[in-house]
Write a protein that binds this ligand. Sequence first.
Ligand SMILES: [Zn+2]
Length: 302
Amino acid sequence: MMPRRRLLPAIVVVSLAVAGAAAQQQRPRIPPTGTIAKVRDNLYVIPGAGGNTTVFVTQGGVVLVDTKLPNNGEPIMNQVRAVTDKPVTMIVNTHSHPDHIGSNEYFPVSVDVVAHENTRKWMAANPQVASNPATMPDRAFTDRMTLGSGDDRIELYYFGAGHTDGDAFIVFPARRAMAAGDIFAWKMAPLIDPKAGGSVLALPDTLEKAVKGIPDVDTVIEGHGDVNTWEGFRDYVQFSRALVDAAKTGMGKTAEEIAADLRPTFSVFTKDALLTDMEYGGTPLSRAVINVNIAFQELGKR
Ligand SMILES: [Zn+2]
């Protein structure tokens, strides 16, 4: 058990983290939909206005992974039009947050929307989202799903809770690339949303299963921010494991001390500076402190 004095601030911090996720829509510093950039061949990414939107141009049409905050359908399509005239035929949502599903509604009801079953559950629980048939997933998967074939094949994977309990990994085997959603975003410890089933204690297990279970990926598109490498993703998985291990064994230390201890080994994920276009506020180091506190709280509940 953790000392009681630690649990009280942890609860406050968790509430703030969740309030932060809800408030992000109103924050004026969110950049608008950015310029489409090629990842590899027929795979592109559009940054800004919430989460990254991955664009996969297949023979039959355009597949979008995530659709940013509401009211970005037209800006997304303006970027898609720069690379293809094909219609959008499918949307895959990595998870249920409004900055990733927000512009689903812009696209015709005939567009096939796919997500993990827990993501569909969280979307169905939100009356505003559930009432719009264009937004809601038409299909949901549990552990694995294959979409399309040949070079257009997409593999969906699910390995457990982390950022939410519906975090899907979207893999484009022919392009050796993956869209990771917010379980890997901004090169920092993820925001944990306990109200959508997120868990910092489950996170390293989930991520390690992804590293073991997903073959032949070189390029990882983060949920927000940059396009990274598989090595960068693997380093991040090690960081997630180290953070939870340190929280478990860090009796007598504060969350700040534990996070500081991680910095020499994991400097990439614990920067003490605000990132450009960072929507959630706070630094990577402050997020690490928050997640150590969430780990304390989750450990206290056991
Ligand atoms: Zn999210």
